[in-house]
Structures are given as C-alpha cells and as structure tokens.
Design a protein around this ligand. Structure first.
Ligand code: GLC
Length: 636
C-alpha cells in the first residue's frame, strides 16, 4: 500500500481499527518545504500548530496530508512515519542532524490534570505532560497552573455534593440539589442525559471511577423487565433516570436497590430514546479520556452496545434513515411538536452509530451489525445534509418550489408548500450562515432552530465541514437571539398564540420564551464549547462562558432562564441544577485542555461518503437519488 493511500485511510479510520490493522507499519514519503520544520502534528485536534514558528490552524494533520499530491513534486524533505500504538513519528532528515519526534493520536504521555488543594478548598489546577512544541521532545516537564475562579470553586463543591452513592460507591449525580425545593418531583434522581456533563467534568479532572460505575450500573438496568400497563418496551432501552432506594429485607436489615424509570412514571410517559445514545457516547468518551479501553471490550458491555444498536436499527414502517420517535423523547421531554424525526435525536443517533462502529469488536457475531451501522451512517448523513439544511439560498429555492410532483426525481420530494416558510424566517436568516431544520416530515418542515441538534451535528460531523462553519456563523450573526443575556436558547423562536395552544397542548410550563419553548439553558454551554473548539473558534465559546460566569453563581445555578433575551431566572426553574453546574465546569475544562477536547469530537469520515447500498447506478431506467441529488452536498 502506498504511503499516501495509507495516510488517506488513516484519516478516515478510528484509532481502534488503526491499531489492529496498522500496528508496526513503517513507510516514508516526501514532505513539502513548509512542513520541513514541523514539530507538532496532531491528527485529532484543531489547535494551532506551529510550522516554521508561525501559527497556522489545521483541523488535522491528515487534512494536510490530503493535499499530498501538490506537495509531493517539491521533494525537499522526507518524513518517515511509523504506526505503533496509534503513534506517528515525524523525522526531519536533511536539514539538521537533530531528530525529533511527535507522537500523535493516542498520547503515550497523557495530559494529567490535578486539582490543587490548600487543606480545605481547591485553589487551582495543574496540567502536566502531553504537550510538545518546538523541535525536541519535552516530556512531562511542563506544568501550567490555572487559578480557579470563585464560580468554579463553588461549582466543584456543588457537583461533589450532588454525587449519589450506591453500596458506598459513587454512581451518578442528582439532577438538582435545591435545599429550598419542597417538591423535588424526580429531580432527586440520576438522569442519564444530565449525568453526561458531570461525567465529563469528572473525567477531565482525572476521576474515572464514578463514570465507570455509572456505565456499569446503568448497563444492568438495561436488561430489567419493564412494563407500562402490561406492555414491555424493546430490550435494550435505557432508563431516563434512576434512584437509589433503601428497602427493608426484614425487621433489622435493609438493602439498597437501584430503581429505574423507563418512562412509566415520567410526566407524559415520554420514551427516553436519547438515554441509550448518550450511554454509548459516554462509554466512548470514558475510553478516550482515561485510556481504559478494557471497559468497552467487556462482553457484557459489548452486548449492551449491540442491544441499543439493534433496537435503533430494527426494521419498521419507516421510509427514511432518520430515527422515528414520539414527542418529547430527548432533552425536551414534553410535548413540543418534535415527534417524527427531530434533529436532536438524529444527531445523537449518528454519534452513537459512529461510537459503536469504533467500539464494537469485529467478529462473526457482529459482522452484520457493523455492516448495518455503516450503511445507516452513510444514508443518515446524506439525508440530513441534503434535506435538513437551510440557508438563504435554500429558502429561496423552497419559496419557488413546485408542488404535487409525482416522480422519483422530484425536486420538492416532501411536497413542501412554500406558504409554510414562516414570516420570521425570511427576515431572520442571515446572508452568511445556515442551520439544520428542527424536523422534517411529509409536507412539513419545522423551521425552528434547535440548539443541541445543531451543535451535536457539528461535533459528530453529521453535517459537512462547510455546514459546520455556517452553523457557527449563524450563531455569531444571531448572537442576541441565541445567546442574549444567558447562553443558550434551547430553540428559536418560541411557539406563540395558536401555535403554542395547538402544538404544546396549552402547556403552562412551556409558555412562549420559557423552559423548552425557547428558554435559555446554561447546560448547553459545554456542547457549544465543543463545537466551537472543533471548528477552531474557541473565542466564541469563551465569550459565551464569560457571560454565564457573571451570573450563574449569583443566581444560584438555575436550570433555565426566561424571556427573549434570557434576562430572568425561569418561572419554575430549579436552583442548584447539577447539569448547569457541570456544563459550566466542563466548558472551562475543555477550553483549558484542547488536547482532551479533541478526543471528544469527530472529523469527516470520507469512507462513509462512498457507501451506497441501493445498487442503482447513474445509467439505467432508475437513478440513485443520492447520485441524482442536485445539490450533492458540498463536502469540503
Ligand atoms: C427536565 C428536562 C430534562 C432533564 C430533567 C432533569 O425534565 O427537560 O431534559 O433531563 O429535567 O434535569
């Protein structure tokens, strides 16, 4: 295999497969003059990389390497690449005698973050190891000390107080710990989705135990016999939340048990579709951030991944590769018109598919599943990129759509009537930027901007690199609407008047510009931070974080804020909401540790773009709709 071929392959493959396939391979190739003094190449990072002492932003070394044909002719330097334990050594051969190395991918010298205590409280954070800049190896000697703000110190105290123990071991964090709350409902439970930012904060701080316990205990809950009015939902379903209860065994002895809620007690009996997807995403993050891959290799854990994937990939009546769900099956867990194919579920589904493909051991018993995962990934990304994307050009196209087209190659495939374009959108859509629609069904486009779905599409590369940039451009252009006084609006704009009455069912908790109906949720900061870091724009996240930091502690860490600009603490907002605290801490830690952040997002997978299983070629009576698609998505 040629060096170029191998590197191209490398850029598309997750490290776990790399490890198996390329262990110990060695080859050499030419290096362009401007990379002659390259000392730092990172395949999975977006950080500024030093080339000839000038800073240039590259998303990954392999994106650079994709430019190989242009450089090869220049034949000035040579680079020898050896792949061992996912590492690449870059060797300068003819400018000086000095040999230098940079290990990329899985860092053999991982970043260690330790919190510094002065007896009672944490006063700072020390970061050591990992970083090599310059043309020599500098191992673990560098130590940076970052002073924690008052808000961070308080946040850590609250997060640690929120920890739930089961048989003496930490297993999660409660949703909220508001001492003034007389009616906590289920906020005293550990929610799967709420625990994700807590888990990341702990992992980024170097504490893996709570996350490992959480993953293993929730895995056991997955196989519980659960019924809702004598009906059992599919095997593999993960609960929305669980609680540790103490039950009496006899007069003198008690026992702790985990009591899950699969939706059978939840308000509205909503299905926790996102729980299993978050569980898979967290499992991968645990491996990436701790280096402990033994957890995901365990047989019970592999079975857990398979059960979730089988449930998601089961055949049904669906016509599209998107996952069909009922209303309120994700973070927005009340009726909000997000039944069908809401973006949030699709972006989590896509990431969970990518994580599973990375983590599943390939053998005879998993071959079919892995094939199904690959096919679904490819079809899903095409569908979302092609049909969910809106920008000024696309809106103009919809505005002039012909309707009632009966044919396989219709332009207006979903029979969208142009009258559906809401008046607010015509004024709101900026010249630069765009976003993915909230939902798409026959004759229906939900044009609301949903924040989590859009950010997670950026993070997982569900959207194209160009679309990712455009999503952040939109946030910048619409800063006052999406960020305002408190980051970040859960969706934009609010449903008002008849829309509110009909779509929410007159929900008094979801009145316009409140709660799920365009309230502002600080927890979404961590997802925004990750998206900004992936796109090399951390300054946007820093700006939003600074806004939040000014108010969160004084406001006692509310769950959400109300009004158009996020000015007031939410009408029914819980205080000391754990994922508000954890989202804030995780954002801080991600920004301080870009190397770690880069392990949590995905680059474009070029191999997926080539997969098409429909068997219809360009010629012939019928055409493959993907090949025929006019806009065939702007990949780069
Ligand atoms: C609310 C939110 C949900 C969250 C739960 C616990 O129900 O809508 O997303 O998981 O509170 O915080």
């Amino acid at each position: 295999m040629s060096a170029i071929h191998l590197l191209r392959k490398l850029s598309r493959r997750p490290p776990s497969r790399l490890h198996r396939n390329l262990l110990s391979s060695t080859f050499s190739m030419d290096l362009p003059p401007d990379l002659a003094r390259t000392t730092l190449i990172r395949p999975f990072s977006n950080r500024p990389t030093i080339f000839n002492n000038t800073h240039r932003l590259i998303p990954s070394c392999f994106r650079q390497l994709n430019l190989l044909p242009n450089w090869v002719s220049e034949k000035k330097k040579s680079i020898s690449v050896s792949l061992r334990e996912f590492s690449i050594s870059v060797v300068e051969t003819n400018t000086s005698d000095k040999t230098f190395e940079r290990v990329v991918g899985l860092n053999p010298n991982p970043l260690v973050i330790e919190r510094i205590h002065n007896g009672e409280e944490t006063i700072g954070e020390s970061v050591s190891g990992g970083e090599i800049i310059g043309n020599k190896i500098e191992k673990s000697e560098e130590t940076l000390v970052r002073e924690e703000s008052e808000a961070e110190k308080e946040a850590w105290r609250i997060l640690e107080d929120a920890v739930v123990r089961y048989c003496g071991s930490p297993v999660g964090t409660v949703a909220a710990n508001d001492p003034g709350d007389k009616l906590p409902l289920n906020y005293d439970q550990v929610f799967i989705r709420d625990f994700v930012p807590s888990a990341l904060a702990f992992l980024l701080k170097g504490e893996g135990e709570i996350v490992r316990n959480f993953l293993l205990h929730t895995l056991q809950l997955q196989s519980w016999e659960k019924t809702v009015d004598c009906y059992s939902p599919g095997q593999g379903l993960m609960p929305a939340s669980f609680k540790v209860r103490t039950v009496a065994l006899d007069e003198n002895t008690t026992e702790e048990v985990l009591d899950p809620d699969f939706g059978e007690s939840a308000i509205g009996r909503v299905a926790p579709v996102d729980s299993g997807l978050w569980w898979i995403i967290l499992l991968r993050a645990y491996g990436k951030l701790t280096g402990d891959f033994s957890l995901q290799e365990r047989i019970d854990v592999q079975t857990g991944i398979k059960l979730i994937m089988n449930l998601c990939l089961a055949d049904g009546f669906d016509m599209f590769p998107t996952l069909l769900v009922t209303d309120g099956s994700c973070m927005i867990d009340r009726r909000m018109g997000i039944h069908g194919h809401p973006l949030e579920i699709q972006s989590l589904f896509y990431s969970a598919l990518r994580c599973s493909r990375e983590m599943l051991s390939v053998n005879d018993s998993s071959n079919n599943l892995v094939r199904a995962i690959n096919n679904r990934l490819s079809a899903l990304s095409f569908h979302i990129r092609e049909y969910y994307w809106v920008d000024i050009r696309k809106i103009n196209e919809i505005y002039r759509y012909k309707t009632e087209e009966y044919s396989t190659d219709a332009t207006n495939k979903f029979n969208i009537y142009p009258e559906q374009i809401p008046p607010w959108l015509m004024d709101w859509i900026p010249e630069q930027g765009g976003y993915l629609l909230g939902n798409l069904q026959p004759a229906h486009m939900d044009f609301r901007f949903f924040t989590l779905g859009n950010f997670w599409s950026v993070v997982s590369s569900l959207s194209t690199p160009k679309q990712n940039e455009a999503i952040l451009n939109l946030i910048e252009a619409k800063w006052d609407d999406i960020i305002g006084n408190m980051p970040l609006k859960i969706c934009y704009p609010a449903l008002e008047y008849d829309d509110w009455r009909i779509i929410t069912g007159s929900d008094p908790k979801n009145t316009p510009w409140s709660y799920h109906n365009s309230g502002s949720w600080p927890t979404l900061l961590w997802q925004f931070t990750l998206a900004c870091m992936k796109m090399g724009r951390p300054e946007l996240a820093e700006k939003a974080l600074a806004l939040a930091e000014k108010r969160l502690m004084a406001d006692r860490w509310p769950e959400y804020y109300d009004t158009r600009s996020g000015k007031f603490i939410g009408k029914q907002s819980r205080l000391y909401q754990t994922w508000t605290v954890a989202g804030f801490l995780t954002s801080k830690l991600l920004l301080a540790n870009p190397e770690m952040a880069s392990k949590l997002f995905w680059e474009e997978d070029y191999e997926l773009l080539d997969i098409c299983v429909c068997g219809l070629s360009k010629s012939g009576r019928k055409k493959c709709s993907r090949v025929a698609a006019k806009t065939q998505i702007l990949v780069r």
